[in-house]
Design a binder for this molecule. Structure first.
Ligand code: PRP
Length: 183
């Protein structure tokens, strides 16, 4: 029987590498936000696994909320027009907000979210992304906390998808081109 793993060209980041780096980011956030009761806002759906691992490793008093945005649909290129498809429930006025993303690509989503959340008068807005593709950037945005710079390849796993599949792979892999070229 064919498995998800058969569609992976190369493992880019192993479970061990992910775990080690998430621990390092968590230590930085713990140092910077201890005593500040930060509010982590995970951007669904890609960030859900990273968010879950990160907040357990940060291990300080904090609260969590989630948003969802859409810009890609089934396309592999950002449309540049971001829509909020699920908004936060929390009141963020006066809170130290940390936006948690799986990937910073064009940067359009993060730039949009920073402006949107800043308008609600938080104490601060910081950004955290597991993966960063700086060569794809369109918006002028840099993450405050960043896990790995990755090449401009189609990466999936550890929350990241192609057409909503592969999110549950425990590692991050590069998808075989024939998977999306045959669509
Ligand atoms: C991905 C990712 C970010 C965004 C980054 O979300 O999770 O939110 O794209 O791209 P950008 O920097 O070019 O804006 P996607 O729309 O694929 O939804 P998903 O998280 O549900 O997979």
């Amino acid at each position: 029987m064919k498995t998800m793993h058969d569609d992976i060209l190369q493992v880019l980041l192993t479970e061990e590498e992910l775990s080690k780096r998430v621990e390092e980011i968590a230590a930085d956030i713990r140092r910077d936000f201890a005593g500040k009761n930060p509010l982590f806002i995970g951007v669904l759906r890609g960030s859900f696994i990273f968010m879950a691992d990160l907040v357990r490793k940060v291990d300080i008093p904090c609260t969590l909320d989630f948003m969802a945005t859409s810009s890609y649909g089934k396309s592999t290129v950002s449309s540049g027009t971001i829509k909020v498809t699920k908004d936060i429930s929390a009141d963020i006025e006066g809170r130290h907000v940390i936006i948690v993303e799986d990937i910073l690509d064009s940067g359009n989503t993060m730039a949009f979210l920073i402006d949107l959340l800043n308008a609600k008068k938080p104490a601060s807005v910081h950004t955290c992304t597991l993966l960063d593709k700086p060569e794809r950037r369109q918006a002028d945005v840099t993450a405050d906390y960043s896990g790995f710079v990755v090449p401009d390849a189609f990466v999936v796993g550890y929350g990241l998808d192609y057409a909503d599949n592969y999110r549950t792979l425990p590692y991050i892999g590069i998808l075989k081109p024939e998977v999306y070229e045959n669509e």
